[in-house]
Design a protein. Structure first.
Length: 258
């Protein structure tokens, strides 16, 4: 895994130098921005990392590479898991490319029989990845499984809120945002946000701004459907001399409410 100092990457596809784009597409460089992650050629990357991919899988991947980014990542993950199984996931887990590690996220999501506790255990190192993109792919990849067993998911994720890593604490919150980013809404949490209170309560004074932003965005999502509930919860949290973290969360949570 690349541990060099962060590189200032391009924020627009048109601004990405050809040599950087080539390195990204051949898996020798991590993306430094979302624009770089979106611009790299995943078909080239796939051939580079898996030169032994069978022809039928290559053809399927070529079609998937024409899709939007989320469907592209999920599609390649499914193809790789079907072809290589857990051994393929292992090949991706520590690859220098953040996109390849992102495929590992979706391979974990593609496993057809793994129970939710085992799926969370498998995604944990990716949820704690140093790269921002991998951490996002991690929750997106298993969110559908969390939604299918929502109450069980809340129970399993609540202990993550006490982990030393802010990445894992954020994952516990971000994975179940009612509206989320690039993901289907969770109707049950739009209607009953209180189901996630064990997670929200545990994080309402988290010292990390990275986690605070996730909690605030969670509540901002909820406020679109249950504004009074969000107001009441923030009012409750701000009683009895709240700290700076709680005040910041509530301010950002209520930013779209009048």
């Amino acid at each position: 895994m690349n541990t060099a100092a962060p590189r200032k990457g391009a924020t627009r596809t048109a601004d990405i130098p050809a040599d950087i784009l080539d390195a990204l597409s051949h898996g020798t460089l991590q993306s430094a921005t979302l624009a770089e992650g979106l611009a790299l050629d995943q078909a080239v990357l796939l051939r580079t990392v898996f030169p032994d991919l069978p022809p039928l899988a290559q053809a399927a991947a070529a079609s998937v590479c024409q899709l939007g980014i989320l469907k592209r990542m999920a599609g390649i993950g499914a193809i790789l898991f079907e072809t290589y199984g857990d051994a393929g996931t292992t090949r991706c887990l520590t690859h220098p490319s953040d996109t390849v590690r992102g495929w590992a996220c979706f391979m974990t999501g593609a496993h057809p029989t793994r129970e939710l506790p085992q799926r969370l255990a498998a995604i944990r190192p990716l949820a704690d990845d140093p790269h921002f993109g991998v951490r996002e792919w991690a929750w997106m990849a298993i969110r559908p499984h969390l939604v299918q067993q929502l109450h069980h998911a809340v129970k399993l994720l609540t202990p993550w809120t006490a982990q030393p890593s802010p990445y894992l604490r954020r994952f516990a919150c971000e994975a179940l945002r009612p509206r989320g980013v690039w993901s289907a809404h969770i109707t049950a949490l739009k209607q009953h946000p209180e189901h996630a209170l064990p997670i929200l309560e545990a994080l309402h004074a988290d010292p990390s701004p990275y986690v605070q932003d996730s909690v605030a965005n969670w509540l901002n999502d909820a406020a679109k459907d249950q504004p009074d509930w969000v107001r009441q919860l923030c009012h409750q949290w701000q009683q009895h001399r709240p700290g700076d973290a709680t005040r910041r969360i509530c301010q950002r949570a209520l930013r779209n409410l009048k």
